[in-house]
Design a protein around this ligand. Structure first.
Ligand SMILES: Cc1ncc(C[n+]2csc(CCOP(=O)(O)OP(=O)(O)O)c2C)c(N)n1
Ligand SMILES: [Mg+2]
Length: 326
């Protein structure tokens, strides 16, 4: 029963802190791109903040995540330091991949943030590999593969679920269903209503949750993590959400009906959770405002650091890119 897994007050405030960080960071990235201060291809995750916030509070630094191009929220929630993130997005040597990966290819193994690629569906077989390594070495780690609704129609999704179930791998398949794959609505590409139903075909656990409800999302994440740690195998979580902006930031998003988008933005989970925490006495307005102010200051500092940092030098440009010839 998902209702058995309730976050305590401190965990709820921590989930809020992570949501606030993700929201503010996305707002800053869009602002810098719009004003031309930073040139990058950016995939906004605004609207999807609950999912990684509720998942990551159930993970340790040693647990792994493999995410996608729209996964900066997953990485920040998992603990990617702001300065390393911004320096990488700005192509500077101080970045997570020494400025050679950019916003789509962040990696930070210290916090379990593994390879990120733009190949749709690629997070899943990689998470299986990490999960298999954990199973063999009995290190107790859980691997989470995050991906979109569109990726559930890729062969790698089906192969990965099959293998993970067969071998009872400690892997969580976390589908962030934002109802669009690039410019195409979910219903036009997927002949079933719930992606979570696909779990049945692989004899594994599958849950369908409101990914914009922090309490429900927390419960689904917690149950899946416990199942994986107990050696009971993988879980497919389908978390329903909505992205507030186009596929890639700057696209005209004409394919999203305006009423649908308006309704999703009106139901923004961030102000709703903020209000709920205050209304039920979990936190005060002052506490939450202080969290938000600290985040803005941290982002100010990280952006200033990144934009002042040097680009990779000539030697760094080819290091870790070409192998040594013996
Ligand atoms: C293997 C592969 N096929 C196609 C593409 C082009 N492509 C990039 S994003 C995308 C849509 C993916 O949608 P979804 O999985 O729902 O993720 P979202 O962008 O909505 O988070 C497509 C088709 C790709 N990058 N890789
Ligand atoms: Mg999608």
């Amino acid at each position: 029963m998902l209702s058995n897994y309730k976050p305590d007050a401190a965990t709820q405030v921590e989930m809020f802190r992570r949501m606030a960080l993700l929201k503010a960071n996305d707002e800053r990235a869009r602002k810098l791109v719009t004003t031309g201060r930073l040139v990058m291809t950016y995939y906004s995750y605004r609207g999807q903040e609950v999912i990684p916030s509720a998942m990551s509070v159930n993970l340790t630094d040693q647990d792994y995540i493999c995410t996608i191009y729209r996964g900066i929220h997953d990485m920040l929630a998992k603990g990617l330091p702001l300065k390393d993130l911004w320096a990488e997005m700005a192509g500077r040597e101080a970045g997570t991949c020494k400025g050679k990966g950019g916003p789509m290819h962040l990696t930070y193994p210290t916090k379990g943030i593994m390879v990120t690629t733009g190949i749709v569906g690629s997070s899943m077989p990689i998470a299986n590999g990490l999960g298999w390594a954990s199973q063999l070495s009995k290190d107790g780690r859980v691997s989470v593969a995050t991906f979109g609704d569109g990726a559930s129609n890729i062969g790698a999704f089906h192969e990965s679920l099959n293998m993970a179930s067969m071998w009872k791998l400690p892997v969580i398949f976390l589908c962030q269903n934002n109802r669009y794959g690039e410019h195409t609505p979910f219903a036009r590409t997927t002949p079933i209503e719930k992606i979570s139903d696909r779990a049945k075909a692989y004899n594994m656990a599958g849950v369908h949750v409101n990914g914009n409800d922090p309490i429900e999302m927390y419960a689904a994440a917690r149950q899946a993590v416990e199942r994986a740690r107990a050696g009971e195998g993988p879980t497919l979580i389908e978390a329903m959400t909505f992205r507030f902006h186009g596929h890639v930031f700057g696209d005209a998003d004409k394919y999203m009906p305006p009423e649908e988008k308006k309704a999703a933005i009106a139901a923004d989970p961030y102000p709703a959770f903020r209000k709920k925490l205050i209304a039920d006495g979990t936190a005060t307005e002052e506490t939450l405002a202080a969290i938000e102010a600290k985040i803005e200051a941290d982002i100010d500092e990280a952006v200033a650091f990144a934009l002042d940092a040097p680009y990779p030098g000539e030697i760094e440009l080819t290091r870790d890119v070409y192998g040594e010839v013996a």
